[in-house]
Design a protein around this ligand. Sequence first.
Ligand code: ZN
Ligand code: CU
Length: 483
Amino acid sequence: MLSCDTLIRNASVIDGTGAASEQLDVALRDGHICAIDTTLDFHASVVKDAKGLVLAPGFIDVHTHDDISVIRTPAMLPKISQGVTTVIVGNCGISASPVHLRGELPDPMNLLGGPEDFRYPTFAAYVAAVNDARPAVNVAALIGHTALRNNHMDRLDRTATQAETEAMRVQLQEALDGGALGLSSGLAYLSANAASTEEVLALAQLLAAAGAVYTTHMRTEADAILDAMSEAFTIGRLSHVPVIISHLKCAGIANWGRSGEVLQALEKASTTQDVGCDCYPYAAGSSTLDLRQVDERVKITITWSTPHPEMAGQSLSRIAESWSISQLEAAQRLRPAGAIYHSISEEDMRRILRHPATMIGSDGLPNDPRPHPRLWGTFPRVLGHYSREEKLFSLPEAVHKMTGMPAQRFGLAERGWIRVGYCADLVLFDPKTILDTATFSDPMRASEGIAGVWVNGVLTYTSQGATSDRAGRFVTRSKTAWI
Ligand code: ZN
Ligand code: CU
C-alpha cells in the first residue's frame, strides 16, 4: 500500500479555480499534495476525517503590512487563525527592505514598526531573516517605492533627481533578481505624493523583464480617483506590466455611490492591459492619522497616538469636545497617530468586493495596539458573512478570490490550487459556521469555523488553536499569469 504523511478523507474540496466543490480524499507527503481521488487507499501517519467540512487551498493575503511581524511574532496568529497560509508584504509603498534609515522614520513606514525594526539594508538580508524566524505562514514581498525614496533622498516632499532615481533602480533590480514580486507605491501619502509619474515609471520599467507586477495605493481615492486610476494604468501600459490597485474604494462622503464608474474605468482598461485590484470587506479604512481625511461628518476612531497614548480607542469627535477645540486641531495635537475612518459606503464596498477582478487583501495593521478588525477577520468575513449570509458570491468564487487568482497574478508557483504536486498549503473549515468575530470594539479575536490549517504540509492550526509547529518560508516570484 502507498504511504503518505497525512490523509484528509471525505472533504468537500474547493480547489481554488472557481470550480464547484467535489467530495474527495487528499493525501500529503513531504510538504506537497501527493494524491487526490474519490477514495485513496493510503497508509498514513495521520488520518483526518473531514466529512461536512470544506478543504480549500490556504488563503493568500495579497495586501498586508506584516513585513516585520512575520519576524517579530512568527506565530502569526491573526493570519493563521483565518486560514491564511501566505502573506504578501511590502504594500502601499512601504517595505522592511531594502532600508537604511536616515534620521526619522517617515510616515507611513511607522505603521510597520519602530526605527529599531528596520534592519534589512538588502532584500537578501530580509529573506534570510524571514527564513530564520520560520513564521507560521509563507511570506512573499513587494518592494516599496517610499522605502526606496527614503534610502536615497534627503527630503520626500519633492520628486527624485535622475541620480536618485538611478540609485533606486539599482536597489529595485537587486531585489527583483532576489525574487521580489514587484513594486508597490503609496502615492497618496505625503512621503511619496510629490513623486512625479515619470519617477514611478522609471522604476516600473524594470518590472516587465522580471515578470513582476506594479501595485499601488493610488495618488487619491477621493474626488480625483479616476485621474489616479488613469495614472496607474498609464504606468502599467508604458512599462508593459500588470497593475493591481490596492484596497480599491471610493473614499469620503462626497464620493459615495461612485463605485460603478470606478469599476467601469477598471473594466475599460482591462480590455487593453492587465489590471486588477484588492479589497477588504469593511466599510471603514485605517492608516496613520491624515489631516486631509478629517471630516466632521465621518466617524474617526484614534487607534494610537504618540503624544497622547491614553486616547487610543476614543473617537476624534469626543477628544475634540473634551479639549474644546475642532477635530482638525485635535488631530494635529494627536499626531503622529493612527486612525480608523468610517468613510466608505457599504454599497460601494460590496460592489467592488464582488467584482470578478477583485482579490481579497486584509490591509491589516499588526503593529496597531487597537487594530481595525480586518487584521483578524477579513477572510472568514468574506466566506461567512458576504458569501454564506449575504450571498454576494458563491463559496467557490469567494475561495478563488483568495487563492487561485492571487497565486496566478503574483506568480506564486505551485500554490493557490489543490492539485497533485502543489505545495500542501490547505485550510479545512466548516462552511456552515465560519465567521469573523473581531469587531471594532473588540478587534483581536480569532474567527470561528476554522478546523485545520496546513502550511507546507505541516498542521499549524486547529480548532484548539495554534499547534507547536511552524513551517512557513520565503516564497520568491515565479511567472505571473493574468486571470
Ligand atoms: Zn494603502
Ligand atoms: Cu496598505
